[in-house]
Each structure stands twice: as structure tokens, then as C-alpha cells.
Design a protein around this ligand. Structure first.
Ligand code: UDP
Ligand code: MG
Length: 318
């Protein structure tokens, strides 16, 4: 097997016909064996049934069926674990990543690259989404030292070795493009086209989107903790100076002066209390992450792996 296409799907029944109709001809034109590994991430609609239908006609389609929804990155990692190709290309199911770009990624594999990172040319998302990822991309780039321009585009290529390394990390709530970059010997970054979501709604409401951006930052850097330390020193110094000013004012004028300033003191106190809460919340984020990791729960659970082509192929769980 040369190439595995890995696709996470969560309630994408309306995109499946157009997706396969465009993807299969592109793959069929490739001069080597390929497969399409579809990971059904606990869809509540007809997604798995439709994939099974297509697999009957096209035995290259493999279905990895999760018992429930585990999230996009768990689904892609499970796709990696069940992919048999030397090269792996990931793709979103909503046709935001044009399948027609696949030959361009294949050309980069042939040129010897083991990780193909991508930048979305003319990104077709809402202004809000673009701004949010611009900010996170910049923060992550500066804090983690991973010099990628676009962490979010999921049309990417991974060699088997890089993908295996990602699977072995067994990280909960990870961000695959950033993680994979740590393991690549010869990465490259290319531009790819980007389209609007074909059908249905984004699976990332505001809360999940915020979680994802926070995951990306806290998973790849502990710099926010260090920043907190510096901010703490700054706040303490500020408090000290203010205390001094109030004391001197009281000595020069009378107690009345300081008494009338009680509300000011309360105001500043609230700033510090706020800062402490912020600090605790951030520490809690890391502690929570440690908890998630040491618990060593399986990051996903597969119900079945269905291969029409070869039923003896190994099944890999989370
Ligand atoms: N997805 C998934 N599990 C989830 C959320 C999303 O497998 O919990 C899949 C989804 O079906 C799609 C891809 O991940 O194929 C990207 O999701 P979406 O297009 O909603 O994200 P956006 O493009 O809005 O960032
Ligand atoms: Mg999308």
C-alpha cells in the first residue's frame, strides 16, 4: 500500500456523495495502490451507513467506526493507527480541502519530504474564525518555537514513520499538525486551495473552538506559566508602590484623606484578587492536563474496522 487518505467524519451524511465523487477519481488516477480510511467519530446520522454503501462498490474504502464521538484529532490519530500506506494524507469531509490537491502533496512525498504542512490560500471561513486562528497561530509560533504559518489546515501529508510517532504519543486532546512537526526529518510547507464548507454546519461551536485554541497553546508550551510568574512580580510591585503612596499621603494629610480613599483600595484589591483567579485558572489548566495524561485512558475506542478488501487486516484500538 502506497497512499492512505484519512478522513474524520462527524455527522457528514450530506457531504459524503460529493466527497467520494471527487476523491475517488483523483485517487484512481494515481499510479500506485491507495486506500481511503474513513473514521466515523460517533455520527448520529447516516454517515456510517453511507460509507458502507460506497465501500461495497469501492473496496479501497475502510471504515473505522468509533463507539461515540471522541473529537477530530482522536479520529485522525485512529485513522493513522489503521492506515497501511507509506504515505498518509488527511482531509476534512466537508470539502473545504479540495481532493484535487492530492497530486501536489504526492509530488512532495516523491521529492523526499516526510511531512507536508500546508497554508490555506484564500481561506474561506468567517472573519471571526480567521481572526481567532491568526491570533493563536501567532501565539503558538512564538511560544512553542514551532515555525508553522497555518496550524489549522487539515489537508496535510505525513510519512508512515511520522504518523506512527503521533500514534505512539497517546496524547489526549492533542493537535496533530503541531505534534507531527516535532518528529519530521524533512518537512516542507506548501500552499493549498481552500473552499467554503459544502454542506451542513461547522462542528466547532464557539465553546469547542475556544477549547481547541487553548489546547493548541497549552499543549505545546509552558511559557504561559512563566508569563504568569512575571505578571505576578509586576502586580506585587504595583501593589507595593500604591501602598507606599497611600501611607505617605496619610502621613502628610490626615486620616480623613486615606479614609476617603477606601474605595480606591478596594478597587486595587479587586485587581489583585482577579489576577489570583486568573493565575489559579491557568495552573488548573495544566494540572487538569496532567490528570488527563496520567490517567492513561484510551483516547478513542473503536467499535469495528470494516475492510471489504482484506478482512484479515489487523484491528488497532486506542
Ligand atoms: N470532525 C470530527 N469530530 C468532531 C468534529 C469534527 O470528526 O468532533 C470532523 C468533521 O466531520 C470534518 C472535520 O472534522 O470532517 C473538520 O470539522 P469542521 O469542518 O466542522 O471544522 P471547521 O472546518 O469548521 O474547522
Ligand atoms: Mg470544515
Amino acid at each position: 500500500m502506497q497512499l492512505s487518505i484519512v478522513i474524520p467524519l462527524y455527522n457528514e451524511e450530506r457531504n459524503i456523495p460529493a466527497l467520494f465523487a471527487r476523491l475517488i477519481p483523483v485517487c484512481a488516477a494515481l499510479p500506485f495502490p491507495w486506500e481511503i480510511v474513513c473514521v466515523n467519530d460517533g455520527s448520529k446520522d447516516k454517515t456510517p451507513a453511507l460509507i458502507r454503501d460506497w465501500a461495497k462498490k469501492h473496496p479501497q474504502i475502510v471504515l473505522v467506526d468509533f463507539v461515540r464521538n471522541f473529537g477530530q484529532h482522536a479520529a485522525v490519530t485512529a485513522g493513522f493507527a489503521n492506515a497501511r500506506g507509506e504515505w498518509i494524507i488527511t482531509l476534512d469531509a466537508d470539502l473545504q480541502n479540495p481532493p484535487e490537491e492530492i497530486p501536489n502533496l504526492v509530488a512532495q512525498f516523491q521529492a523526499g519530504h516526510d511531512l507536508i504542512n500546508t497554508i490555506r490560500r484564500d481561506r474561506q471561513d468567517t472573519w471571526f474564525r480567521k481572526t481567532a486562528s491568526k491570533i493563536t497561530n501567532k501565539i503558538v509560533r512564538n511560544l512553542s518555537g514551532i515555525k508553522l504559518n497555518d496550524f489549522g489546515c487539515m489537508l496535510r501529508g505525513y510519512s508512515k514513520q511520522v504518523a506512527d510517532q503521533v500514534v505512539r504519543c497517546r496524547e489526549n486532546r492533542t493537535f496533530i499538525p503541531a505534534l507531527a512537526t516535532l518528529f519530521a526529518a524533512n518537512p516542507v510547507e506548501i500552499q493549498v486551495a481552500h473552499a467554503e464548507r459544502a454542506e451542513g454546519e461547522s462542528k466547532y461551536p464557539l465553546s469547542k473552538l475556544f477549547q481547541l485554541q487553548l489546547d493548541l497553546i497549552t499543549n505545546f508550551s509552558v511559557q504561559p506559566l512563566r508569563l504568569l510568574f512575571i505578571a505576578g512580580i509586576g502586580f506585587a510591585a504595583l501593589g507595593f508602590i500604591l501602598g507606599g503612596i497611600l501611607l505617605i499621603g496619610r502621613l502628610i494629610y490626615d486620616a480623613h484623606w486615606a479614609g476617603d480613599g477606601a474605595l480606591t483600595v478596594l478597587g486595587f484589591l479587586l485587581i489583585f484578587v482577579g489576577a489570583q483567579f486568573f493565575a489559579l485558572g491557568l495552573v488548573g489548566e495544566y494540572v487538569g492536563r496532567i490528570l488527563l495524561q496520567v490517567r492513561l485512558r484510551e483516547p478513542w475506542v473503536v467499535k469495528t474496522v470494516e475492510r471489504v478488501g482484506d478482512s484479515r487486516a489487523p484491528v488497532q484500538d486506542g
